[in-house]
Design a protein around this ligand. Structure first.
Ligand code: SF4
Length: 551
């Protein structure tokens, strides 16, 4: 017992994480308050009935910087605002009166008509801009709020949506770009993806999650939807007794605290994927942390609970049944990017073509749709490497399609560096960016093609180079051979200039691991070509037979 002279022991009060299921229903930060005050999906009505008529200045700030995201709209960065430290700049100074619009393309699957409509919308309303993202979406820029209802009308007439393309909700569902056509497929996941999209996207009971929620579902043995780094992943696997289905993984994600998803050890048949997915999302909604934004992803809950407890809660509280135990899928080897000319299971071919770091244009998409239709195809797919696939091509038409796509800058046989350089949106349009990425990536591809022309034939395992404009890692900083995180760095004369912190030796699949942040490995934007050339030459000189870029 404490003596009367001692201060009484302080009762240690645990601070709640804002988990709804534990009774914390009062919002603990402004984002939570905004979502509680008005379901973000309600903003659509205000855009259609008020803001589109009265213009940008009429938009309520809570809608502008919050709820608009649930409809795929972010204000883009005001042009001319520099990167680096923006702490002295008020958030509203970063807003342009134009928007980035993200069009979700679940499983990356499009008809050529949809591809053409996206291109035409871009030509009419978005200054012909278009980027293919590494989550199988398309992003347009320079969109005015006045035009948003007309854009939705055109997109929705062909079955495309921007609903929940951004925001604290279930984002686009990644799917194998070769679902239903690949000879080596374990199971076609697209029926499950369609069911989830139909039943749950736009469902207001799931539109207030602690933060974003990313899904990947692929029945390809190549695991071509980066399942290791999604919040929930269904990974194709053959069960020895029950046949083809999916292995359930939860809790992956990059950003500032990267984690790989963990297996729950459960095998899910295709017809149960949507219900199990719904259970996982509801756990996140009810038990996910809501106090601090940077701890509000499902990976933090998994890190604290572990896979066993998570599965128990899923089974007992949400599904009310036990799941079947299942085997782990085999770890895939080889490229996942589906480039080149490849046979389909039905005797036709698909052509996978590479964009330069995701940058295309509305006109390019229109022309790509026409090129596909000229050879009788009506189906296209986006990939998580910012590629475009055209399906259902006859052998006799392959060459003309390859040549038409190449004329549009979409290469079925790209150079090793065009194949392996990826970039996020960066300073050009993103308000969180510290440095420019897209144009730098495109220039880097050209530089590396020239600098390393003498060794191109030796680079049989492409060296992946991922450029990110800030620590958020939208272009997967930590899982590239050379991962680049944008920040201000010092140049040789002591000036603060745009540059990158380097992470070396990350990978997925067989090489899964996070790149090492090497102390002192920082490079200015201007020196990037030199730096990557040195690393690639050193790797080529020192590697053993067949050895990949060192981890
Ligand atoms: Fe923007 Fe940063 Fe994401 Fe790049 S990584 S798109 S700069 S938030």
């Amino acid at each position: 017992m404490a003596s009367p002279t001692q201060a009484p022991a302080r009762t240690r009060k645990t601070r709640g994480e804002g988990q709804w299921a534990l009774g914390y229903r009062e919002p603990l930060n402004p984002n939570e308050r905004s979502k509680r005050d008005d379901n973000p999906l309600n903003v659509r009505e205000r855009i259609e009935n008020i803001y589109a008529h009265r213009g940008f200045d009429s938009i309520d700030p809570g809608d502008l910087r919050g709820r608009f995201r649930w409809l795929g709209l972010y204000t883009q960065r005001a042009q001319g605002i520099p990167g680096g430290k923006t702490a002295t700049i008020e958030p509203e100074e970063l807003d342009d009166s134009y928007f980035m619009m993200r069009i979700r393309v679940d499983s990356g699957a499009l008809t050529t008509e949809q591809l053409r409509v996206i291109g035409e919308v871009s030509q009419t309303y978005a200054r012909d801009t278009a980027d293919i993202t590494d989550r199988q979406n398309v992003q347009l820029h320079w969109v005015r709020v006045e035009d948003v209802p007309a854009i939705w009308e055109k997109l929705e007439a062909v079955g495309l949506y921007t609903t929940e393309a951004c925001g604290d909700c279930p984002r686009v569902i990644l799917g194998s770009p070769v679902a239903g056509i690949a000879a080596d497929e374990i199971i076609d996941a697209n029926p499950a993806i369609d069911e989830i999209a139909e039943r749950f996207i736009g469902d207001k009971s799931l539109s207030n999650l602690p933060r974003k929620f990313k899904t990947a579902i692929s029945g390809s043995p190549r695991q071509d939807t980066v399942p290791e780094i999604n919040d929930v992943s269904f990974v194709g696997v053959e069960h020895p007794e029950h046949g083809p289905g999916f292995d359930l993984w939860v809790g992956g994600g990059l950003s500032t605290n990267p984690k790989f998803a963990v297996r729950l050890g459960a095998w899910i048949p295709r017809e149960e994927v949507a219900d199990v997915w719904h259970g996982v999302v509801q756990i996140f909604r009810d038990y996910g942390y809501r106090r601090l934004r940077h701890r509000a992803r499902i990976k933090f809950l998994i890190a604290d609970w572990g896979a066993e407890k998570f599965r128990e809660v899923l089974e007992n509280e949400y599904l009310e049944r036990t799941l079947v135990d299942g085997p782990a899928p085999e770890t895939p080897e080889g490229p996942r990017d589906h480039l080149g000319v490849n046979p389909q299971v039905d005797g036709k071919f698909y052509v996978g073509a590479k964009s330069a770091a995701g940058r295309v244009s509305g006109s390019t998409l229109v022309e790509a749709a026409k090129a596909a239709e000229r050879v009788g195809s009506t189906r296209a797919r986006f990939t998580v490497e910012q590629n475009l696939l055209v399906l259902d091509v006859d052998r006799s038409d392959v060459d003309s399609l390859v040549s038409d796509l190449s004329a549009l800058g979409l290469d079925a046989n790209p150079t090793p560096f065009k194949r392996s350089v990826m970039a996020c949106t960066g300073l050009e349009f993103c308000k969180l960016a510290i440095v420019e990425t897209k144009e730098r990536a495109i220039r880097l591809i050209e530089e590396l093609d020239q600098r390393l022309a003498d060794v191109q034939g030796d680079v049989e395992n492409p060296v992946t180079v991922n450029l990110n404009g800030c620590p958020n890692a939208c272009a997967r900083t930590q899982v590239a051979d050379i991962g680049l995180k944008g920040q201000m760095v010092q140049d040789g004369e002591g000036n603060q200039v745009e540059g990158f912190q380097v992470h070396l030796g990350g990978g997925l699949g067989l090489d899964a691991g996070f790149g090492r942040k090497v102390r002192g490995h920082k490079v200015t934007t201007a020196e990037l070509g030199d730096y990557v050339e040195r690393l690639v030459r050193r790797y080529l000189d020192q590697r053993e037979q067949g050895e990949r870029f060192p981890q």
